[in-house]
Design a binder for this molecule. Structure first.
Ligand code: FAD
Length: 424
């Protein structure tokens, strides 16, 4: 049997792409390496805008989130209370969320096969694609949605793999009333360069669990242990048990921090983390993986109508990805990333921005939007830059001088990317 589309990987990106393609009448199979209901190392925070792909049913969205807290050692908690229906989100277990997404893709007609790791992909001129795993399958087109677990497949297809950083996380059992009292319906992000130089730590509250983790460049177990021992966290988790998933209490996983330049070739499109779509301000990638899946599925449907899966037809995927995900989004996330994590002024910038935001509703709204995605990253960047003199005053001239090389570097990276795109 020859499928119209094989999707490799059943995370949020793959499940979204497969569902949309099947809804348009295509014959779609999705191959997932793990067993049904696998644990995924992820804090599970998603903004409400994720519902543009499918509603999040009660129970899957484990805790509704209505605010955030940024924490620096000097200032302690800096609180943001979001208002309006576009500003909330959820903290959920990926086990439930990913299973739900695969269930609804099956309802749409996708054939989902669990425990089916793809080991090889063969593409011959003017032929169908051959996928070799536990069995062999053939299709007209493939969407690679393997997260960062499919790097080898990408390399053998001559495709780029995104650069990545690492995350380490544990899920800690805590009674709901204690979570309500100590953390509330807010996600907590910790910024402390003495703990993690280029990264972030967090506590994401679920209904009866706290997801606690660290993420960034060069992150190791020692960073995670140091975070658990930091005074604020230690006091709150004293005597609490870590939950066990797949025989392990502590999980580690990579996350990409840059888009690849060419996420397509004839008969293949790469989406989600495999393509580097995650946003490296707060390191979130679920929404972005789903958006790239939606775009790839729509490009696939047009290609199917023409029965043309050649490189120039699938190049449209990259154009749309740049338009919808990069131009007003990731491009500015990379600027924020550089400013925060590469300037050596992480805590100071956050503290100064918060001081401005407390007196300035537009700055407050655009800072909240960094958590919720209710406004574009471009807008948040422009709002921040229009307050640059206030920022410089709060940071002091000596510190502000350190920002210039960082800002220049973001401009140079932009230019490099444009040049590479032109060459492609
Ligand atoms: C510690 C940590 C915390 C995070 N917290 C958040 C957060 O709070 N919010 C947020 O939005 N994002 C978060 N992220 C990022 C988020 O997890 C990813 O961006 C998201 O999962 C990407 O989805 P995806 O579908 O591209 O890939 P994945 O979710 O990784 O799914 C890929 C799937 O492909 C399967 N697979 C791999 N190789 C093969 C193969 N050869 N054959 C068949 N199947 C294969 C895997 O088993 C997996 O199920 C976090 C990441 C980490 C590491």
């Amino acid at each position: 049997m020859i499928y119209d589309l094989i999707v490799v990987g059943g995370g949020p990106g793959g499940a979204t792409a497969a569902k949309i393609a099947a809804e348009s009448g295509a014959n779609v199979i999705l191959l997932e390496a793990a067993e049904e209901g696998r644990y995924k190392c992820c804090a599970g925070g998603i903004p409400i805008r994720s519902e543009e792909f499918s509603p999040i049913p009660h129970g899957v969205g484990d805790r509704e989130i209505t605010g955030g807290v940024l924490f620096t050692p000097k200032k302690g908690p800096m609180e943001f209370e979001a208002s309006g229906k576009n500003n909330k989100g959820y903290c959920m277990f990926r086990t439930d969320f990913d299973k739900y997404l695969l269930d609804i893709s099956q309802d749409a007609g996708v054939q989902v096969i669990y425990e089916s790791r793809v080991k090889r992909i063969e593409i011959g001129k003017n032929k169908n694609v051959k996928i070799v795993g536990t069995k062999e399958f053939q299709s007209k087109c493939v969407i690679l949605a393997t997260g960062l677990g499919g790097a080898q497949l990408q390399r053998t297809l001559g495709m780029e793999v995104p650069p990545m950083v690492s995350g380490i996380q544990a899920e800690i059992s805590v009674p709901e009333s204690v979570i309500d009292d100590q953390f509330g319906n807010r996600i907590w992000e910790f910024f402390d360069r003495s703990l993690i130089d280029h990264g972030i730590a967090w506590v994401f509250p679920k209904s009866q669990t706290l997801s606690i983790g660290v993420l960034g460049k060069g992150v190791k177990m020692s960073h995670f242990n140091a975070f658990l021992k930091s005074p604020f966290i230690k006091e709150k988790i004293e005597g609490r048990e870590m939950k066990v998933f797949g025989g392990r209490k502590v999980w580690a996983a990579p996350i990409p921090d840059r888009l690849i330049t060419k996420p397509y070739r004839e008969q293949v499109m790469v989406i989600g983390d495999a393509c580097g779509t995650a946003d490296p301000i707060l390191y979130e990638g679920i929404y972005q993986a789903r958006l790239s899946g939606k775009i790839a599925a729509e490009v696939f449907c047009q290609a199917l109508e023409k029965e043309d899966f050649g490189e120039s037809e699938l190049a449209r995927y990259n154009e749309l990805l740049l338009k919808h995900l990069y131009e007003e989004g990731l491009r500015y996330s990379y600027k924020f990333h550089h400013l925060l994590y590469h300037s050596g002024l992480l805590e100071q910038i956050l503290e100064a921005s918060y001081s401005i935001a407390k007196e300035d509703p537009e700055m407050m709204q655009s800072t909240i939007a960094l958590f919720t995605g209710s406004e574009t990253r471009k807008h948040s960047w422009e709002v921040m830059m229009s307050r640059k003199w206030k920022l410089i005053k709060l940071l002091g001239i000596k510190n502000s001088m350190k920002l210039f090389p960082t800002l220049l570097e973001t401009q140079i990276q932009d230019l490099h990317r444009k040049k590479r795109e032109k060459q492609e």
